[in-house]
Design a protein around this ligand. Structure first.
Ligand SMILES: *Cc1c(COP(=O)(O)O)cnc(C)c1O
Length: 336
């Protein structure tokens, strides 16, 4: 596996730290919990999309693009990181936002990631929930071509085989860090959405025969569908790496029991997890992804799925910038 064969631009601060969470681990009384700080990738607040964008933006530039188009939910972290990457590379960036939650709150619609997109001067267009966003991007791309632009379309979450290379790279980085620390990793847990993060991790960790299982905690769709999406992308990513057929279907595992009412709507367990990480470790999670991922981790530790004596790595995928879009989910309106 030699990733330097693929075009790449440098956008992220790498390697991201791999650190123990002693107070959280002690509080939960189960395994030692470690955190891989992909919230610290450095670009515009960081997050997991930056690793994918290193490969996606390089491909855009290689194809002669002068503009990128992407899509996501209103509080998309992917949109924010794409807008920042485009700015840094001198490209235009058009963002299509899908109203997946129906929230009419001012903070949700204008604060957090939305405000940051505007700071990067990315034109924003809003679409109703359940719009065919791939079709909408194709239409936008055609409009831009008619204006003489050369657009490059990045799928939602940056999740295609090119973007997933960013997480193949993360898998190799994590293995090197664990080997250097002589840390035996028993499991990796993280929030899974558009599938690129998990697909890249599984491809990298399985094809290198690490023996490290990955569990994705779903944030939107049911388990069978999520696992299918991830596995399809694992296979396509392995094809790109000339490693077809090296990863078994059962290497892809998702648990979608922590979604709550739906995508972008924090459950009580999400809020509890955000408060627990903040108050024990000073770490900021987010209400859409990492808070649900951590809620799954906490519950599975309590149920004994991860045991004392094991080392579990929680991959922090970022997203805390969305907290400011969700002020009303917390009851913090009074001073003490
Ligand atoms: C996009 C995102 C995820 C999910 O990653 P996918 O590659 O889309 O599965 C997790 N956490 C945060 C904070 C994200 O922005």
């Amino acid at each position: 596996m030699h990733l330097a064969r693929f075009p790449r631009v440098s956008l992220a601060h790498l390697p991201t730290p791999l650190e123990p969470l002693p107070r959280l681990s002690e509080w939960l009384g189960g395994p030692m919990i470690w955190i891989k700080r992909d919230d610290c990738t450095g670009l515009a607040g960081g997050g997991n999309k930056t690793r994918k964008l290193e490969f996606l933006m390089a491909e855009a530039i290689e194809q002669g693009a002068d503009t990128v188009i992407t899509q996501g939910a209103t509080q998309s972290n992917h949109a924010r990181q794409t807008a920042a990457a485009a700015t840094r590379l001198g490209l235009g960036c058009h963002i299509l936002l899908e109203d997946r939650t129906g929230s009419i709150e001012e903070d949700y619609n204008y604060n957090g990631n939305v405000m940051l997109n505007q700071l990067f001067e990315a034109p924003l267009q809003k679409y109703p929930g359940a719009t065919d966003m791939n079709e909408a991007m194709a239409v936008r791309a055609e409009e831009l071509r008619e204006q003489g632009k050369r657009p490059y379309v990045i799928p939602g979450g940056g999740s295609n085989p090119t973007g997933a290379l960013g997480y193949v790279n993360c898998a190799l980085e994590l293995l090197t860090q664990a080997n250097d620390k002589h840390l035996r990793i028993d499991s990796v847990v993280h929030a899974t959405g558009s599938a690129g993060t998990q697909a890249g991790l599984v491809a990298g960790l399985s094809a290198s025969n690490s023996g490290i299982p990955v569990l994705g905690i779903g944030v939107r769709i049911p388990r069978a569908q999520q696992e299918e999406n991830v596995y399809r992308l694992v296979e396509a990513t392995l094809d790109k790496l000339n490693l077809s057929g090296t990863v078994a279907r059962d290497a892809v595992r998702a648990n979608c029991d922590y979604v709550g009412e739906g995508y972008g709507i924090p459950a009580q367990s999400t809020i509890d997890a955000i408060e627990m990480f903040a108050r024990l470790e000073g770490i900021l999670l987010d209400p859409v992804y990492s808070g649900k991922g951590a809620a799954g981790l906490i519950d599975l530790v309590r149920k004994g799925e991860f045991k004392s004596g094991q080392n579990v790595v929680f991959l922090h995928t970022g997203g805390a910038q969305a907290l400011f879009g969700y002020r009303s989910a917390f009851n913090f309106s009074q001073y003490d």
